[in-house]
Design a protein around this ligand. Structure first.
Ligand code: GDR
Length: 327
């Protein structure tokens, strides 16, 4: 199959392209040109990178997308590209809307023009639930986004639903709850914690400054979640699916688990600063992925404890290696 992935240089793009390339699919990625010629997470795996066909383009530039779609005529499209950092969406709401809403519209229009028989996946998000009033959230939960990012993902979600209903296209949404890995960007709270815990353990740093420690999230493992993306497009009809573990933990739990894995007492090192708190935060999320489990046969394979340890161990290896090189 010929596949196009937008956002291929991020955490999910990496795991998804690895999964699809290993099955012999022809994987094309849309990459934003930058002067450093960096390819994000793909730079950590040159062997995988050599198997992919990377095209320079930008989701906000419809012309660049048309050129790529016309050349590839994909069977499947995974639209993962986004301004994905919720905190940043407060500082740059317009840019967030431009990339996440207009970018999604552009991708859908190129798909409709050049591959109307294909299948399209949109990376929707649990952030669209926002101010939740139920113990767990599923596909029927009323959305109440609490940030420009959440609003943009809700708009992308309904643009996908609308294209499916209006034009009969195979467009599906994965409503993914938080998903992490050793390749998670360093600005997200889980990776910020695993990296800081390791640096404190190695004596490179002495403290970690965070925002809201009470915030609760349903954290899963990215490699499990990209498998769900594939299953969503394999399914007999286009539909929307919540992907989550069903377990929720606070930021404090994450900190405690990461620090104790290294034999550290987190209370001696962690400080709270208002600057990391959001004007309106999503305080609690817990996904109910019964539909995906039943219809797709999907389930997570990595527990919360295993995920935290995996991230800390990977950072320990990475930072110890860098430290040795510098000595
Ligand atoms: P989130 O992820 O906003 O849920 O979106 P993030 O890791 O940024 O925040 C999770 C929670 O931790 C609290 N928090 C902090 N967050 C950050 N980044 N830095 C801090 O210092 C800090 N201290 C406390 C936050 O307030 C928040 O409540 C992620 C992204 O990947 C989205 O793109 C995706 O759609 C959703 O997950 C599902």
């Amino acid at each position: 199959m010929k596949i196009i992935i937008s956002g291929i240089t991020g955490q999910d793009g990496y795991y998804l392209s690895r999964l699809l390339a290993s099955k012999g699919d022809q994987v094309h990625g849309i990459v934003r040109r930058n002067s450093q010629k960096s390819f994000g997470v793909l730079d950590t795996d040159p062997e995988l990178k050599s198997k992919l066909k990377l095209h320079y383009g930008d989701v906000t530039d419809k012309h660049s997308l048309d050129t790529i779609f016309k050349e590839v005529r994909p069977d499947r499209v995974y639209h993962l590209a986004a301004q994905s950092f919720v905190q940043e969406s407060w500082s740059n709401p317009e840019l967030t809307y431009e990339i996440n809403i207009k970018g999604t519209l552009n991708m859908l229009n190129s798909f409709r023009e050049y591959s109307p028989e294909g299948r399209f996946y949109f990376a929707s998000s649990s952030e669209m639930f926002g101010k939740v009033e139920t113990k767990s959230q599923d596909e029927k939960t009323f959305p109440w986004p609490r940030s420009p990012y959440g609003i943009s993902k809700l708009a992308g979600f309904y643009t996908g639903v609308n294209y499916r209903e209006a034009y009969g296209l195979f467009v599906s949404n994965g409503i993914l709850f938080n998903h992490e890995s050793p390749h998670r960007g360093e600005e997200f709270v889980t990776r910020k914690i695993s990296l800081a815990a390791v640096k404190i353990h190695l004596g490179v740093e002495s403290e970690l400054v965070l925002g809201n420690l009470d915030s609760q999230r349903d954290w899963g493992y990215s490699a499990d979640y990209v498998k769900a993306m594939e299953l969503i497009l394999d399914y007999e009809r286009p539909d929307d699916f919540v992907i989550a573990t069903g377990e929720t933990h606070s930021v404090r739990d994450f900190v405690q688990t990461a620090f104790s894995h290294l034999g550290l007492d987190w209370k001696k090192h962690v400080k709270v600063d208002e600057k990391y708190k959001r004007p309106a935060d999503v305080s609690y999320l817990r996904g109910d992925s019964s539909k995906a489990r039943k219809l797709l046969g999907w389930k997570p394979t990595v527990s919360f404890q295993e995920l935290v340890k995996m991230m800390v161990d990977a950072d320990l290896k990475r930072v110890s290696g860098q430290k040795k090189k510098a000595e």
